[in-house]
Write a protein that binds this ligand. Sequence first.
Ligand code: CUA
Length: 162
Amino acid sequence: MKKGTTIYLYELAWILPSIAIPVGMLAALTVTAFGAGIHLPSVAGRVDSTTLATTAPFDKPGLTQVSPDHYVVYLTGQVWTFTPNEIRVPVGSTVTFMATSRDVVHGFMVHGANVNAMLLPGQIALVTTRFDRPGSYPMICHEYCGIAHHTMGGTIVVEPRS
Ligand code: CUA
């Protein structure tokens, strides 16, 4: 083998993966976004965080059943808790969270479920997930929101159907 050919192959061993990797990532992005329907939590609207206590639906945060297997949770984050702080749904339920913050920026993550959003004052976050396994799922604030940030959490209890 000539020396020039060896260098060419060595370069090709770097050039081809550097083309293949971004092409593969683009393909994975396309498949997950359009095929599997995986999206970032969307912005469902705007709300005045200073008048949240008198603005529907956040004046009455809580769980609402909208169809046999579908629930909506109107949720607020505030220093240093979520309202509601405990949510109970039967296993197999699809749960849509419509959430916002009363004060500062909070995070809203449900450990073990496909829920990870930021709660920004003035903005409504909308995220939907399905709970297929019974158990206790912690709700966690993952944006630093002050001195007791580490205590800000809650629980989603997914109950077995009898
Ligand atoms: Cu709320 Cu950290």
